[in-house]
Design a protein around this ligand. Structure first.
Ligand code: PAZ
Length: 312
């Protein structure tokens, strides 16, 4: 067998795996409707981690560490840069415009006035007002659409629907795939219906590899969109090699490489001809106090060059 027929075979296997994933996944309750999203440039920001259910009537699931901070902060910077954002986010993780809110428990942020009106405590009122204002404006003007997911089944089905409906936006569409998507999962058809019983002894369960959807996103769902994926590692020795590999294998326009412990301080943007290290500012007051600020600035420039290339 020659090299080209080898790669055709692995491509066929990938398509079979993807088909069987979608055919067997529990159908979505409601599909997303992105028609109301306005604006000339549009980005789909994915955020937070997917869960892997172990039972159909799910009591137990595998989860990961992702807080959704990267996706929420990036969404704010994309909105500032004039993009419309589809924020595909894990339920219960960080939301845009909420980062500055007080960490106090909800009930401690409010008080009841003498007239029995509920009001935000004076100490919190400025940040709460700003967060509500910026959030409402973005949603009401059709610039921010938030779509929640929990499981890997929901996430990949919704991503496919968004991908296919972004086709019309051509090169003006971007995918910014910061979600931490499970590499392994239990196929729906081999998952037990009811809660796994401990009386049956040690748990022996087979997880299969999740099909790599990035290549179909690029090739079939949204072939003209500008695609940025993320690569997280805990071992700095392998990080850049893995990011390079992902760039080539999935034909991404850029891969953002980050390490678990330093992900809020530094990321490295890997493209086919450069590796650019992006840092956050040293003080809270600086314009780039979040690493997402200079990161989004850089990616917006690269996206503009990509759109410009096609215009010329
Ligand atoms: O969500 P968060 O702010 O806690 O972390 C962000 C991140 C590390 C999940 C993201 O930057 C990332 O690398 N996502 C891809 C992870 C992966 O390699 O699957």
């Amino acid at each position: 067998m020659d090299a080209s027929s080898n790669s055709e075979t692995s491509q066929d296997t990938l398509y079979d795996d993807i088909k069987s994933f979608f055919d067997s996944a529990p159908p979505l309750k409601d599909g997303p409707d992105i028609r109301g999203v306005a604006g000339s440039r549009i980005v789909c920001v994915t955020s937070g981690g997917t869960t892997v259910p172990l039972e159909r009537r799910c009591v137990r699931y595998i989860d990961n560490f992702s807080s959704g901070h990267r996706g929420a902060a990036s969404t704010e910077y994309f909105l500032k840069a004039g993009y419309s954002v589809i924020f595909l986010n894990r339920r219960g993780t960080c939301q845009p415009f909420c980062r500055s809110l007080p960490q106090d428990p909800l009930l401690e942020c409010f008080e009841v006035s003498k007239e029995l009106n509920v009001q935000v405590r004076q100490s919190h009122s400025e940040v709460v007002k700003r967060a509500i204002g910026e959030h409402c404006t973005a949603v009401e003007e059709g610039l921010l659409l938030k779509i929640p997911f929990t499981t890997i089944f929901e996430y990949l089905q919704i991503l496919q629907l968004i991908g296919m409906s972004m086709k019309d936006h051509g090169r003006r569409a971007m995918f910014y795939l910061a979600a931490a998507v499970s590499d392994f999962y239990v196929p729906w058809q081999s998952m037990v219906e009811h809660k796994i019983q401990s009386a049956s002894g040690p748990l022996d369960m087979r997880l299969v590899q999740a099909p790599k959807m990035l290549s179909v996103l690029r090739k079939n769902w949204a072939p003209t969109a500008f695609c940025i994926s993320f690569k997280l590692e805990t071992d700095s020795e392998i990080l850049l090699a893995k990011a390079d590999m992902a760039l080539k294998r999935y034909n991404m326009h850029a891969v953002v490489a980050n390490e678990l412990l330093t992900r809020k301080e530094e990321v490295i943007v890997v493209t086919s001809n450069e590796k650019i290290s992006v840092h956050r500012g040293k003080t809270e007051a600086e314009a780039d106090a979040d690493v997402e600020s200079p990161l989004i600035k850089l990616l917006v420039e690269k996206h503009s060059a990509y759109i410009g290339d096609s215009d010329s």
